[in-house]
Ligand binder design. Structure first.
Ligand code: SF4
Ligand code: SF4
Length: 378
């Protein structure tokens, strides 16, 4: 399943921006992801989380419907507004409609991440009555061959297209997503065009993470830094975006906080077993919400994590291109490396972005490319 990092609601308009600013100031947990299960009917080669659909041990440990209701109650009371129901494949749970409906009645704004192969009339009826903010559907290949190679459980391509057609025929809001990786890199433009032609929003992710259980198989699908930057810049206004990041950074003071994002500040993740994490990548220590309470976890324990500072500022802490970099504490944890140092893969992606965006970036006072203080990462 695609990760939360790119799923957080963007601030649209002054009212929404004001809400986001207030949430950051007051530590309000407005954004959540609930992983209903880590099991999935597909077995994508790059997936960071998937377990077999009939994994008995995982099933035994997953929360019951009522336990998810209790967690939703606690989140709503704490001020949560935007919730992504994700997995694994969330529609694999027979009580998906009950959990969705309960959260919807609570007034939460719901997004659903699904591979679209399990959509039934029951789901469509539910979503017509209680519409989601968006259904985010991932297309794992433009061609049948690529799709079925990535998903790795036999022919699924037609099921995917049938599911997608059904939600579109029902008039539901869809964002089509793709993962840019070794197997799909040549097909991303075609998926993008397909989304455009159908009037769907489109986005893709080009950075693959290791599995949360420590498995490194997904990393074999990583693109080279040059490929990541090229596919990101292609057809988008990324050059001026990086330049504005850079200009903004040059005004900032040194910042020794390990977490630079909203993880554990305005957002959090609940896993299928009732553990709360600051995000989908950074899974320490995992707070038992039902046993120990949401507020204690978010207000006290996550505040301690958020207060952590770098012990060494010579790496990412003083990197002048950090804002254009997709390395983060969660990714470093999953890769089992230092939370303070940079990583050559991410440094090289950032440099490649800078090289491609050089025209705009060099207009900023110091330029974007190779501004890091530590030369050895370049
Ligand atoms: S559809 Fe693929 S990427 Fe998504 S959870 Fe299933 S196996 Fe993972
Ligand atoms: S470019 Fe390298 S040093 Fe800079 S933030 Fe990214 S990983 Fe850290």
């Amino acid at each position: 399943m695609t990760q939360l990092a790119d799923s957080a609601p963007r601030a649209h308009g002054p009212r929404s921006e004001a809400l986001h600013r207030r949430a950051m100031r007051e530590r309000i947990p407005v954004i959540a992801a609930i992983e209903l299960t880590h099991r999935c009917n597909l077995a994508c080669v790059h997936c960071y989380v998937n377990l077999a659909p009939n994994d008995r041990e995982a099933q035994r440990r997953e929360l019951t419907t009522e336990e998810f209701f209790r967690i939703i109650d606690e989140m709503a009371d704490a001020g949560t507004l935007w919730v992504t129901l994700t997995g694994g494949e969330p529609l694999l749970r027979p009580d998906f409609c009950d959990i969705y409906s309960y959260a919807h009645k609570k007034g939460l704004l719901l997004s659903v991440y699904t591979n679209a192969t399990l959509i039934t009339e029951r789901h469509l009826e539910l979503w017509r009555k209680q519409p989601p903010r968006v259904l985010e559907i991932t297309q794992y290949g433009f061609t049948r061959e690529t799709y079925d190679t990535v998903t790795d459980v036999g022919p699924q391509f037609d099921r995917f297209h049938r599911g997608l057609a059904r939600v579109r025929d029902a008039g539901l809001p869809v964002t089509l997503k793709a993962m840019a990786m070794r197997l799909t890199v040549d097909e991303i433009p075609a998926i993008h065009e397909f989304a455009n032609a159908g009037g769907m929003q489109f986005r893709f992710d080009a950075v693959i993470s290791p599995r949360i259980d420590g498995g490194r198989k997904p990393l074999a699908q990583r693109l080279t830094p040059t490929e990541v930057a090229a596919i990101e810049v292609d057809g988008r206004d990324t050059d001026s975006l990086f330049a504005s990041y850079c200009a903004d950074l040059e005004k900032r003071p040194r910042d020794d906080r390990r977490y630079q994002c909203g993880a554990g500040l305005t957002s959090f993740t609940i896993d299928p077993y009732g553990k709360m994490h600051v995000c989908q990548l950074s899974r320490r220590p995992g707070w038992d919400v039902l046993r120990d309470g949401f507020r204690q976890g978010f207000d006290v324990e996550f505040a301690k994590l958020r207060a952590e500072t770098r012990t060494d500022m010579s790496g990412c802490g003083t990197c002048a291109t950090a804002a254009a970099c997709t390395n983060c504490t969660g990714m470093a944890e999953l890769e089992g490396r230092s939370l303070d140092d940079g990583d050559p893969y991410f440094c090289n992606i950032t440099d490649a972005r800078g090289e491609l965006a050089a025209g705009a970036a060099r207009k900023t006072p110091n330029g974007l490319v190779k501004l890091r203080l530590r030369g050895e990462h370049g």
